[in-house]
Ligand binder design. Structure first.
Ligand code: PEP
Ligand code: MN
Length: 497
């Protein structure tokens, strides 16, 4: 493998081969000298230092070993051999760190991935927007709200996610202790994900609830029923031949991700750690005694890992080529995502790739495109041509986020999205990739396993009057379990055509 940056470097004064494989002139803190968007300005900076000092002593939340496994899977996605399903809440709250909420999300992602395996005929790599998705970019630092005490309109700091401040009006001041709380909620969530997976929550031989009673359109219902029968037959067959008892199939991998927005937090969890051996390297080197598992062979090479999550992405508002976020991201060995939308100049795209992935690592970068249903056909082809016509041809993952270009407010001011727009953007994206000869390798969704009523449409036919029934998101509207599963069926069906 090539080093993760253009030079084996110098960041810590070491330029010989035994030093860390870090990007030139980079340190976990070098973002601090760059212009920054969405900055957190705390009332007491010394309290931030105390919190980040505490964080920097705590153990990593994820291990480079797991990150290396994800990277190997993402390389398969970039090669068109696997499909990436990423999903979860827009803003994860500390309060979602509960067994039922975590379990329902794991089950939904598993169920969706089974449908996608059937449709795309490919292995599915799963990443949750969870165990750390606590920071939100906002269009304005303040917002107008109604004071519950007297009904008057007041201006308060915007809610920026549980890692910064609280949703309740009395909690809107930024509180650095929330950085430490975020670490512990992240760790507790991931601990339960690991425990639940190890205990067999995702066992493929457990009966899954596919209830399709809400699907009224007879044609759609017939299609979904056919897919479910196929999946049930497949699972029964695997059970009969004992394939579901193989350790590989008993459980599934689920990786974690969040937007890398709050750089004080990310910096304090970024550690110089030994680079693990990737599978093909292990296979080659371990011919002397390897067993195909994951021996952590000493490589003598160290890299910086952001150990707050397996995968991090740069949001639409913070991807300035010369900005602090890109500076921070260019030094970490994790796989990373970049949101790409109507405001991304084609020339920025290549500059970003050259800054963030100068060694042309396959699957290192996921381009998460989010244009909106009405603009995707106009804007996506030029972005594909720029990347696929460059040295990055076949090296990036194209992932469609059909949520963030399709948000609107109802006449009564409720933020929502139409299921139809979400599906249109996704199917248009798939079509454009087919026309351009590139591979749509994944989807990025905002969803929850709870029966919320936040997005309009889908087979339940939710309309504007239904939105108030169970609207619990404190940020963007999410697909509920039925809508998410239906989207998986529709995507699977598009792949089979
Ligand atoms: C998000 O993913 O919740 C988000 C804010 O997206 P974007 O950066 O694409 O607007
Ligand atoms: Mn969102």
């Amino acid at each position: 493998m090539a080093p993760s940056a253009s030079v084996q470097s110098a960041a810590n004064g070491s330029s010989n081969g035994s030093g860390p494989a870090t990007a030139k002139d980079w340190t976990p803190a070098s973002w601090r000298s760059k212009p920054i968007k969405q900055q957190a300005v705390y009332p007491d900076p010394s309290a931030v230092d105390r919190a980040t000092t505490e964080l920097s002593r705590l153990p990593p939340i994820v291990h480079p070993h797991e990150i290396a496994r994800l990277k190997a899977s993402l390389r398969d996605v970039a090669r068109g051999e696997a499909f990436l399903l990423q999903g979860g809440d827009c803003a994860e709250l500390f309060d979602y760190c509960r067994a039922d909420a975590v379990e329902s999300k794991i089950k939904l992602l598993l169920q969706m991935s089974l449908v996608l395996v059937w449709g795309a005929d490919k292995r599915v790599v799963r990443i949750g927007r969870m165990a750390g998705q606590y920071a939100k970019p906002r269009s304005s630092p303040n917002e107008k709200v109604t004071d519950p005490k007297n009904g008057e309109t007041i201006e308060v700091p915007s809610f920026r996610g549980d890692i910064l401040n609280g949703y309740h009006l009395e909690d809107r001041t930024l509180d650095p202790q929330r950085l430490v709380k975020a670490y512990h909620h992240s760790a507790a969530t991931l601990n339960y994900v690991r425990a639940a997976l190890a205990a067999g929550i995702a066992d493929l031989h457990r009966p899954l609830n596919w209830s399709l009673g809400h699907v009224k359109d007879p044609q759609l219902k017939a299609k979904y029923t056919e897919a479910v029968h196929f999946l049930q037959d497949m699972l029964r067959f695997m059970h009969t031949i004992g394939a579901d008892r193989s350790p590989k199939l008993d459980t599934v991998d689920l990786y974690t991700s969040h937007e890398g927005l709050l750089l004080e937090y990310e910096e304090s969890l970024t550690r110089l750690m030994e680079k693990p051996v990737l599978p093909e390297e292990a296979a080659g080197k371990a011919a002397a005694g390897g067993n195909g598992s994951w021996p952590l062979l000493p490589t003598g090479e160290k890299e910086y890992y952001d150990t707050s999550a397996h995968f991090l992405w740069i949001g639409d508002r913070t991807r300035q080529v010369d900005g602090a976020h890109v500076e921070f991201f260019r030094g970490i060995a994790n796989p990373i995502g970049i949101k790409v939308g109507p405001t991304t100049p084609t020339s920025d795209l290549l500059e970003l790739l050259r800054t963030l992935n100068p060694s042309l690592e396959e699957g290192k970068i996921t381009l998460i495109t989010r244009y909106g249903a009405s603009r995707v056909r106009e804007l996506l082809p030029a972005h594909i041509r720029a990347v696929e016509g460059s040295e990055y041809k076949g090296r990036c993952i194209w992932q469609c986020d059909p949520m963030h270009g399709n948000t609107h407010s109802t006449s009564s001011g409720v933020k929502t999205r139409r299921f139809g727009d979400i599906f249109t953007e996704l199917s248009e994206t798939l079509r454009v990739h087919r026309e351009e000869g590139s591979y749509l390798g994944g989807v990025h969704l905002e969803l929850t396993g709870d029966a919320v009523t936040e997005c309009l449409g889908g087979s339940e036919g939710l309309d504007e009057d239904d939105l108030s029934t169970n609207y619990t998101s404190f940020c963007d509207p999410r697909l509920n379990e039925k809508q998410a599963l239906e989207l998986a069926f529709l995507v699977a069906d598009s792949y089979r055509q």
